[in-house]
Design a protein around this ligand. Sequence first.
Ligand code: PLP
Length: 368
Amino acid sequence: MKLRVPAYIQSIKPYKPGKPIEELEREYGISDSIKLASNENPLGSSPAALAAMKDAMVRLNRYPDGRGYSLVEKIAARWGVSPECIVLGNGSDEIIGMLTRAILAPGDEAVMTEPSFLMYEIMVLSCGAAPVFVPLKSLFVDFDGIARQITDKTRIVFLNNPVNPTGTIVTKKGFEAFLESVPEHVVVVIDEAYIEFAKDPDCLQGIEYCTGKRPVAVLRTFSKAYGLAGIRIGYGVMPAPLANLLHRVRQPFNANSLAQAGALAALDDDAFLQRSVRFVHEELEFLYAGIERLGLNYFPTEANFFLIDVEQDADQVFEAMLRQGVIIRSMASYGYPRYIRVTAGLRKENETFLKAFATVMAKTGNVE
Ligand SMILES: Cc1ncc(COP(=O)(O)O)c(C=O)c1O
């Protein structure tokens, strides 16, 4: 087929999601496999959200409220900001896309950590702009390194807190000192997809910086702690002038009506949120203990996933775990060729993971 495609689109490597369970079972002819690869909520979804979505189904012949009035009002009240500061998205992924489309022109630059969530790079490239990578320093954000990469061409800095895939955090103090050094026109995005799991009292909560004079945008999602990944809903909090730019490039009905209804109810279901967070913390402790028994190193996390140093080729461990019916993530493509990332699952799933992992590691001679 003859297509004329910009070189910057050709340069994009498509996002590779965690392997779906169905695909694994089809390919390997196995059953009862488990997936601890996409940082989802193992407890399911808020029952209140499910009930609200069921009720909303009778109105599926109608378009959703394009601005998402009720959900926007509730989110704004939750954070004590004006509704003009909220933009809903088809997942926070979509807000990343709206931000890049609204801000970046070909030749501009966006600075991000390496590794970081792959959608930042993909969205920046799709605008013809250039991602500029700053390696993490001992798994933490290197603010001095980021500041050094900011030039006249920089339009956006992407931060992620806690960081995917390391589970480390950005502190309030570290962020404030950094923000001082950033030129005032540069949009600072803080992606807080996993913030509900963070326990460290020094962890930055970005929303308090979103209503000032600086263009700071915080991304939140219902996909993780709220257990609504499948329905696709997230939001951005940012100064109204920046939000207005996003509305110019936003599809008119981007947040679907079921998602709006589910998210609205989920925000009131604090019991489910608290139960989910507590559960993840307990299961992480269970997993840590299992890894310690194997004599391997892991990195304690502030999110719902953590890294393990498998002391050998992580891609091979990933493959061997697939054969055991367990989907995790190899971090080789994230620049950590010896690390795997594991999401905390249900107790039974975590037990299955530990058993399979012990088998795989014993076979490769790394543990007794
Ligand atoms: C850091 C980070 N940001 C954003 C997202 C996307 O979330 P959503 O489901 O809201 O699009 C993810 C999903 O894995 C993520 O890890």
